[in-house]
Design a protein around this ligand. Structure first.
Ligand code: HEC
Length: 172
């Protein structure tokens, strides 16, 4: 059968759709060498049975609820490390230069939350310690979900970063 241009076109369209991601995929890339980045904060994801005071802000309530499944609901230490070239940028929440900015590492199950900046815009990803994309592992690891919190609460999360750095590295 002779191949007609219309058939080729059809096939191309078919392959285009075949190639579309159907599930979550990290947008930020895995930042090699994050293990040696300076620690700016040691924090926690809280256990599922945490009772927050009634006046806790919606932002904190949502953040606690989103990740209370970590470590089978028992909570985990969380280490926040900033790219060595971006410490000052992080302290002032930007303006951020291009490239990986900051990771939050869940110490128990080794999930690495990644925030990167491109043209001043924050993008997100979730990996394990082997550098494999885990954004499909749980709905709360989907970059769209990260965006929904980090880019919504803009009074707290400025330029896509949310934590108040507390450690001595900033001389406070
Ligand atoms: C419901 C709100 C919420 C969602 C969803 C969320 N985060 Fe966060 N994120 C926070 C809060 C709150 C902190 C500060 C934690 C602290 O200080 O202990 C934070 C901190 C971080 C940090 C440390 C740097 C900083 O200051 O922002 C990274 C990196 C990060 N998140 C990445 C992600 C990624 C990647 C996702 C999605 C897989 C995500 N976050 C989803 C609320 C959220």
């Amino acid at each position: 059968m002779p191949i007609k241009p219309a058939m080729v076109q059809c096939l191309l369209i078919f392959f285009f759709f075949l190639n579309q991601p159907v599930a979550a995929e990290s947008v930020a890339s895995y930042p090699e060498g994050w293990e040696t980045w300076p620690i700016v904060k040691e924090s926690m994801t809280l256990p599922a049975d945490t009772v927050l005071p009634p006046d806790t802000s919606l932002f904190i309530q949502e953040s606690v609820k989103a990740y209370n499944w970590i470590n089978e609901g028992r909570g985990s230490a969380l280490t926040i490390r900033v790219h060595p070239d971006k410490l000052e940028q992080y302290q002032s929440h930007g303006h951020y230069t291009d490239g990986p900015t900051v990771v939050a590492v869940s110490e128990v199950d080794g999930i690495i939350w990644v925030t990167e900046h491109i043209a001043g815009i924050a993008i997100y990803g979730s990996y394990n310690r082997k550098g494999e994309d885990v954004s499909e592992m749980h709905p709360t690891l989907d970059p769209d979900f990260c965006h929904g919190c980090h880019n919504t609460y803009q009074d707290i999360c400025i330029n896509g970063t949310c934590a108040e750095p507390v450690l001595e590295i900033f001389g406070r």
